[in-house]
Design a protein around this ligand. Structure first.
Ligand code: ADP
Ligand code: ZN
Ligand code: ZN
Length: 762
């Protein structure tokens, strides 16, 4: 028996020690008893002999996933780093990184899915003893004939074969899928498992079920000069080299990624390329372009929308090194990639790279860390980089690569429509006069329009016009949102559901009305204005129905829709060939908020939306592509920069303000988030936490702000507050957090709390 240290899939701060019959290499995946459960675990190494567990309490491992190759040391290092940096238990990072299917299945179930078989040692003699009988029958029954065929197909040498024609002794041992084996022997799976027990055969981890590949391979276009220069710069880099690829939507960034991937795969026959994208379902064209460009390289996709078993297959394709290209959302940043040679982070500014619960990691930041660790290039691409990345490029930490122009078509003209001067908007309408005319012009020419609303702040709420009563959630500081389809009121935060009252609960008025400017209302307004138009809506509501968003996008691509209305969802990813008008109905809410990143996000969203217009060449008589923005603040710096397509100008202004305010990227932040049902318990905890922070923060030169309510101060009946810690130096902040964190753990508060490092939501 040896003693192994195992990180288990449970929110424990320490790894645990287990007994096992033989030593296992670090990275081995195991199943381990924990309390009354059995959980997945990863062997970290031999136990250090310092376990708090008494020898009598040590328990043996329950199983080893020996059909899987162990996880690499670089993967273990990545998880250890992430756990340390984000102040989370290793087991929680593991849960985020490993597919649920793997974590919840026993070794046998996993091995079954890892389906190929081969003989264990090439050329070993083997005794065929079906039905427990030692000697060979003189004539083979059909059952034995099947066994002989199966053994022969695996290249096994029967010890006393009647005929040895099926024996092979040259080359690599053949591998057999369970399906192929079944064709030779009706009970092949059971027989193979029996032979496995006897040590004759073993499984080969080889799922071949990654993304389906489309038919026609696409020819790469000849790169334009700026694209070529970008590709050359990355190709010429040796070792760790971070790049920021800056170019508007349609400037050819994806084409650069494709070429870089091609070079990486050509340079090393094993190389793996990781491509991160914010939202895979909204960017199916990205997957298609990679699949079409690399019809022979196995492509795996990793995102939370996959069925569990499917996600396991793709994860395994990445982990076994067979998938050469791995496309995925933030969780793919934690994938096991033994031969990682290049990382691409598309739309690197996108907020969805930051996980907002559990282990609150930034996939973009971890991608850069991984590139440094593996000593490889990493390319962050964006039309509107995060201010962090932009500043890193300005300071020379990242190398800036710029694609100045659109590869095809032109950037749309952006026009600001002054809401204050529009009689229709002033009367509370959603579609102003100028926008109305612009849509009508598109309809007349058979072109498409895309209209979007910021979801934030515009959910339709039921309001009493007589007394001002609003449909509030009884559990949260949020309004209940009116859902027309089933006439219900729902809280978008805690899920609370209520019927619409027949009369105002405050004053009894019967005139309750939806307030706010939801996409449903926009759809209704459009239907009234343009009764002939074909209108589709895509938002979080319609997207709840499986495939609804996809079919909406498909209709749009097929030209079956004239006007698409939705939330910012519809501004991402898709190249609509016939859209010549994009309009932001009311984006102003992003200008004035307590969230320091709101303007940055608004600008990025509007630039991205602009990129949806006129991607196809409008030269053939189409309307010049345009983006219209209805705003009450047309003088605002953000909108002026937008009109000029001037991200650098916007970034320069924002950075001046950030520097003045001492905010990131000029400082580093962490939040202590806490919540409890009783406000007094919560406040007592935060007072204690502030006290614990005071001394170490002073020594580290950090600022600890007083506790404040979170922007959603109450959620599902819980009161929520946080303490912000800020300082000029990342490593000082890290050192402080380690101290503060362990003090907080020791305080054993009954309050639910967590530290959020580099927070992006407050
Ligand atoms: P981005 O990723 O920056 O939005 P893409 O790489 O998707 O840009 O390019 C936009 C469009 O231009 C795509 O249809 C792409 O196929 C095309 N394109 C990109 N580079 C070239 C090129 N060098 N020659 C011709 N077409 C190109
Ligand atoms: Zn009322
Ligand atoms: Zn609620």
């Amino acid at each position: 028996m040896t003693l192994l240290r195992v990180a288990v899939d449970a929110p424990l701060w320490d790894a645990l020690d287990y007994l096992h019959a033989e030593p296992l290499p670090p990275g081995s995946l195991v199943r381990a008893p924990l309390g009354r459960q059995t959980v997945c675990g990863v062997v970290l190494g031999p136990a250090q002999g310092d376990s708090a567990t008494a020898a009598s309490a040590l328990r043996p491992l329950e199983g080893v996933f020996d059909a899987l190759p162990p996880l690499g040391s670089d993967w273990l290092d990545l998880l250890r780093f992430a756990a340390g940096y984000y102040q989370r238990p290793l087991g929680e990072l593991m849960a985020a990184a490993l597919p649920t299917w793997l974590r919840e299945r026993g070794a046998a179930a996993v091995a079954k899915r890892v389906a190929d078989w081969r003989q264990r040692q090439a050329g070993t003699a083997f005794r065929l003893t079906p039905a427990g009988r030692e000697q060979m029958p003189r004539t083979l029954s059909s059952r034995h004939a099947a066994l002989w065929r199966l053994a022969g197909a695996l290249g096994l040498h029967p010890a006393r074969p009647a005929d040895s024609s099926s024996a092979m002794d040259q080359g690599a041992p053949p591998r057999l899928s369970v399906q192929a084996a079944r064709a030779l022997h009706p009970k092949a799976a059971a027989q193979l498992r029996a032979w496995e027990m006897q040590g004759w055969v073993e499984r080969v981890p080889e799922p071949c079920r990654a993304a389906e590949q489309p038919g026609a391979p696409a020819r790469p276009p000849v790169l334009q000069a700026a694209q070529q220069a970008a590709v050359e710069a990355v190709r010429a880099a040796r070792g760790y080299a971070p790049f920021l690829l800056f170019g508007v939507t349609g400037s050819g960034k994806t084409e650069v990624y494709l070429h870089l991937a091609q070079h990486a795969l050509a340079r090393n026959p094993q190389a793996q390329v990781l491509v991160l994208t914010p939202e895979i379902n909204l960017t199916p064209q990205l997957v298609q372009r990679f699949a079409a460009r690399f019809p022979d390289a196995m492509l795996a996709v990793l995102h939370s929308g996959l069925a569990e078993a499917e996600r396991f297959d793709h994860w395994l394709a990445a982990h076994s090194g067979r998938a050469r290209i791995v496309l995925g959302t933030r969780l793919a940043a934690l994938a096991s990639l033994p031969n990682l040679a290049l990382i691409v982070v598309d739309e690197e500014h996108d907020a969805s790279y930051k996980q907002q619960e559990g282990a609150r990691y930034s996939a973009r930041d971890l991608a850069v860390w991984r590139a440094r660790q593996r000593d490889i290039p990493v390319v962050l691409g964006s039309a509107t980089p995060s201010l962090e990345s932009w500043r890193a490029a300005q300071r020379g930490r990242y190398r800036l690569l710029e694609l100045p122009a659109r590869a095809s078509g032109s950037m749309p003209e952006v026009r600001l429509l002054h809401a204050g001067q529009d009689p229709l908007l002033r009367a509370g309408g959603l579609i102003g006069q100028a926008l109305h005319e612009a849509i009508a012009a598109r309809l007349a020419r058979g072109e498409q329009s895309l209209l979007f609303l910021n979801r934030r702040g515009y959910a339709p709420v039921i309001r009493c016009p007589d007394c001002g009563w609003l449909s509030d959630c009884p559990h949260c500081d949020a309004h209940l949102v009116y859902h027309r389809t089933d006439r219900s009121l729902r809280c978008h935060h805690c899920g609370h559901r209520a019927a619409i009252p027949r009369a105002c609960p405050e004053c009894g008025s019967l005139d309750l009305q939806p307030l706010g400017r939801g996409t449903q209302r926009a759809e209704e307004a459009l239907a009234e204005l343009f009764p002939q138009a074909r209108i589709a809506r895509i938002d979080a509501d319609t997207a709840r129905r499986k495939g609804a968003a996809q079919s909406g996008f498909a209709q749009m691509h097929a030209g079956e829709v004239d006007i698409l209305v939705g939330t910012q969802m519809i501004t991402k990813g898709h190249d609509f060939q016939r859209v010549t008008l994009v309009a932001a109905l009311n984006p102003d809410a992003g200008l004035f908020t307590h969230d320091l990143r709101a303007p940055e996000r608004l600008f990025a969203q509007l630039m991205q939306a602009a990129g949806r217009a006129g991607r196809a060449d409008a030269a053939e008589g189409g309307t010049a592509p345009a983006m219209l923005v209805q705003t009450a603040y047309p003088e605002h710096m953000l909108y002026r920069a937008l009109v000029a397509h001037d991200y650098p100008g916007f970034a320069a202004q924002e950075l001046i303000e950030r520097r003045r305010a001492g905010m990131p990227p000029f400082s580093f932040q962490a939040l202590l988030r806490a919540e409890h049902k009783k406000p007094e318990v919560l406040e007592a905890f935060l007072a204690q936490a502030a006290e614990l922070a005071a001394q170490p923060a002073r020594e580290a030169g950090l600022m600890v702000y007083p506790p404040v309510p979170a922007s959603l101060a109450r959620l599902a009946g819980m009161h929520r507050q946080h303490i912000l810690v800020e300082g000029p130096n990342r490593s000082m902040l890290q050192d402080f957090l380690t101290i503060w964190h362990s003090a907080l753990v020791q305080a054993k508060a009954r309050v639910r709390w967590a530290i959020d490092v580099d927070p992006t939501e407050f």
